[in-house]
Design a protein around this ligand. Structure first.
Ligand code: DAK
Length: 260
């Protein structure tokens, strides 16, 4: 697939994906969703030696200002349910991606944009970041997992308020509520994300993937998280990386992990 709306740059195993529709505040149209699906469901999985992914939006104003309202207006009264299923599938691919994915939130993260940021494993926001689920303003509800993930991050009380009022919150409140991991200076969102991924990249890659899998299991209705942890722990203890990590500790040196 040739990417039209995603700009993809890989440096030292870190992939920077910029959603590149600045004039529409990086709104998620069908093409962009297909490209995200292609990256997180195929291209990104096939790339060797990936350490992590940073997702951001083009320009200084928006991460993603939601699903493309102008495009989905043409949907009429049919197709909404199928599109929500498709969107949820794409965002589950992000959430289940075996390498860490950080949303570098450089402005509005509204509707589908807030949902996309929440599907990422970590969120680093700039001071201009604004989060919200304004769907009720349009007479609809979030369709890409927003009603569920917002509760996971900030609890039912505040999630209910934001979902019902369509109010936006700024970066500091998002930090206080646990929606973002850190707030950095304007323009430093991507670099701060890169720094965090570089730190994670010094750890055992199999262990990192297993952490993602196990944490996700906590929220999966069809999985016992504790049992998932037992199996994942067992799998990590059988890796050469564990032998290397333990040996490096004893020998008082840095571990040289190979991801096996
Ligand atoms: N879609 C399409 N275009 C958008 C857009 C969006 N979500 N957000 C902004 N734009 C466009 C504007 O139309 C404008 O384009 P021009 O008029 O210049 O051609 C340009 O971006 C700049 O926007 P503004 O002029 O409005 O900029 P302001 O600074 O004045 O305001 C804003 C910024 C972010 C507060 C405002 O643009 C805004 O309220 N945007 C919409 C936010 C929003 O409601 N987002 C959508 C939430 S609903 C579904 C599945 C999922 C969903 C829906 C359906 N199905 C399965 C059917 C999810 C829906 C959502 O995400």
């Amino acid at each position: 697939m040739t990417y039209q709306n995603l700009q993809i740059e890989e440096t030292d195993g870190i992939v920077l994906i910029t959603i590149n529709r600045e004039k529409a505040l990086n709104a998620l149209n069908k093409q962009t969703m297909q490209e995200l699906r292609h990256f997180f469901g195929a291209d990104g999985l096939e790339r060797e030696g990936i350490k992590g992914v940073i997702l951001t939006g083009a320009g200084e104003k928006a991460f993603v200002a939601g699903a493309d309202i102008k495009e989905f207006m043409g949907l009429g009264d049919s197709g909404g349910q199928a599109l929500a299923e498709y969107g949820q599938e794409v965002f589950f691919m992000v959430e289940r991606f075996p390498h860490p994915v950080i949303a570098a939130v450089n402005g509005f993260a509204l509707g589908g944009g807030c949902e996309l940021a929440m599907a990422c494993h970590l969120r680093i926001a700039g001071p201009n970041a604004r989060f919200g689920q304004p769907e009720v303003n349009l007479g609809i509800i979030p369709g890409y997992g927003g009603t569920q993930r917002l509760i996971q991050y900030i609890g039912k009380t505040k999630a209910m308020e934001l979902l019902l009022t369509a109010d936006m919150i700024g970066a500091d409140e998002a930090l206080q509520l646990g929606l973002v991991n850190k707030v950095v200076e304007a323009g430093a969102e991507v670099e701060a994300s890169r720094k965090m991924l570089q730190k994670i990249a010094t750890k055992g890659p199999v262990a990192i993937s297993k952490i993602i899998e196990t944490v996700n299991a906590y929220f999966a209705v069809d999985q016992d998280g504790f049992q998932t942890e037992v199996s994942a722990f067992g799998a990590t203890t059988r890796t050469a990386d564990f032998v290397e990590g333990a040996t490096a500790f004893v020998e008082k040196r840095k571990a040289d992990f190979k991801g096996v």
